[in-house]
Design a protein around this ligand. Structure first.
Ligand code: PLP
Length: 491
């Protein structure tokens, strides 16, 4: 069963949690208990089968046949190669490449199964409505969601992105998506404003009533949706199984994970895996200059009202980290009253946790951050040292891992979650590799080819020929204008 982090709803089925995305009156769905799953029982299985085993206890009303069909996406060629999430040996650590899906970012790992989870959930609830998916994106979620939901019967999707806040490749990926049920809207504002405006739609009763007349209900494909988080737990098991098989970790010993963090979904999935019994020791959170989480872990004060930086790792340009609420729910000993107070809107995004909660947070997560210069420098230095190319997000993680090592000298085998292909951010990666300054005005499409020439790495198929494809016309609106756009499209 699932309950709300704010204590205002409990006893909900998985199907309800997935269909509604977030708790209607505020709060996020969390599982009431964490099942234990021994990694030993998964040895020798394929990714597809591991996924089925990890997801089963959380989806009791899903039959094994149905689940088996859903996880087939990991074995049917949608992901490049035979292993959807290979653990690559780099230096004496591991890089878990999570970007072999159709959009070259780790969001595919979950967004290729979410539409099916949602469809089946809806059937379980006997809803004869269509679903309208609203997505706020800082770049990567948008395309991965569009790709997952395109041409799905009974589903419509609208993606909102900050105008000028995503890379040319990211924008082009979104606007060239095919499908009669896909829409893309640029919002004048940054990601947080975009996300806040979209969240307000979920609570807008007049709009909801108008949509209901058209047999439409809202759901979310952002990582506030439990159906996004669940598939992400799988790859931490997968990382550990590979580490054991490769002889990097002795059976049963701990591994650490380093995670480039934005909305805290990826990190939370690692924490949930640990709660299920996976031998994870330190979880290392890496932020860019938008280092609100680093400050929190240092002080216990969450202060989202602060300067916002547009960085070269745009998918982490987030100050209101949605899933952090789920983490604090666990760290406070599941004290929903306390969580409710912290997230009370009168606090305007600023709150301070008690010393006990902070201590537990610090014991669970090591937090660090890297600025722009350090990120570029890490890309170039790592390439020289290992002939391995990090995208800017993963480079932030790499830098924070180095900092962690110099502070702790911890010799535990460590896995860095690599969240995007470097080709999604070719211009900046090339600039870094050539030791130049960030401002170079290189054409992103030329940069793709240049990066390939320089490194010999293959350009992911989803990024090839994008500049030649016909693009949709994008609506532009103010954050306050989102409702009107939706009314025009659907009512
Ligand atoms: C979304 C994203 C992140 C941040 O992940 P969260 O789960 O939101 O913390 C990091 N890197 C890339 C490339 C992303 O697309």
């Amino acid at each position: 069963m699932y309950e709300s982090t704010r204590g205002n709803l409990s006893g909900q089925s998985a199907s309800q949690a997935i269909t509604f995305g977030m708790v209607p009156n505020g709060g996020l769905f969390v599982p009431s208990t964490f099942p234990v799953l021994n990694w030993q029982d998964l040895q020798g299985l394929t990714y597809r089968d591991v996924a089925q085993r990890v997801m089963t206890p959380y989806l009791p009303e899903f039959s094994q046949d149905v689940l088996s069909d859903i996880v087939d996406v990991y074995a049917d060629g949608t992901f490049d190669g035979l292993n959807p999430a290979p653990l690559i040996s780099v230096g004496n650590f591991g890089v878990l490449e999570l970007w072999h899906g159709p959009t070259a970012a780790f969001k595919d790992m979950a967004l290729q199964v979410l539409p099916d989870l949602l469809k089946v959930s809806q059937n379980h609830l006997d809803l004869d409505t269509d679903v309208l998916i609203l997505v706020a994106t800082s770049g990567d979620t948008g395309k991965a969601a569009l790709e997952g939901f395109k041409n799905r019967a009974g589903m419509h999707i609208v993606v909102f992105y900050p105008e000028g806040g995503v890379s040319a490749v990211q924008e082009r990926q979104m606007t060239t998506t095919e499908g009669i049920n896909t829409h893309v809207v640029a919002v004048k504002g940054n990601f947080d404003q975009c996300q806040a405006a979209v969240k307000r739609m979920f609570a807008m009763d007049t709009l909801k009533a108008q949509l209901e007349e058209k047999h439409l209900i809202f759901s979310s494909a952002n990582s506030i949706n439990w159906g996004r988080l669940l598939p992400q737990i799988v790859y931490y098991y997968w990382a550990y199984l590979q580490a054991v098989e490769q002889g990097k970790v002795n059976s049963g010993n701990n591994m650490n994970v380093v995670i480039p963090t934005g909305n805290f979904g990826n990190l939370l999935a690692a924490y949930y895996a640990k709660r299920m019994g996976l031998p994870i020791d330190r979880i290392i959170s890496a932020s860019n200059s938008n280092n609100v989480l680093f400050d929190f872990f240092s002080t216990g004060v969450y202060q989202s009202k602060r300067a916002f930086f547009q960085t070269i790792s745009p998918s982490m340009d987030i100050l209101v980290s949605s899933n952090f609420e789920r983490f604090l729910f666990e760290m406070s000993g599941r004290n929903s009253k306390q969580v409710q107070t912290w997230y009370d809107s009168s606090n305007q995004g600023t709150f301070t946790v008690d010393p006990g909660t902070l201590k537990l947070c610090q014991a669970t997560v090591f937090a660090g951050w890297a600025n722009e210069e350090e990120t570029l420098e890490t890309i170039s230095r790592s390439y020289k040292a290992y002939e391995y190319v990090f995208d800017p997000h993963t480079a932030v993680a790499m830098k924070v891992y180095e900092d962690y090592l110099s502070v702790t000298n911890d010799q535990t085998f460590t896995v860095i979650a690599s969240t995007a292909s470097p080709y999604k951010f070719s211009t900046n990666v090339l600039t870094a590799l050539e030791g130049g300054k960030q401002e170079s005005l290189r054409d992103e499409w030329v940069a793709l080819g240049d990066l390939s020439k320089l490194t010999g790495w293959k350009i992911p198929s989803g990024l090839q020929g994008l500049d030649k494809k016909p693009a949709k016309i994008v609506e532009v609106c103010e954050p306050e204008g989102i409702m009107e756009v939706l009314q025009r499209m659907f009512t």
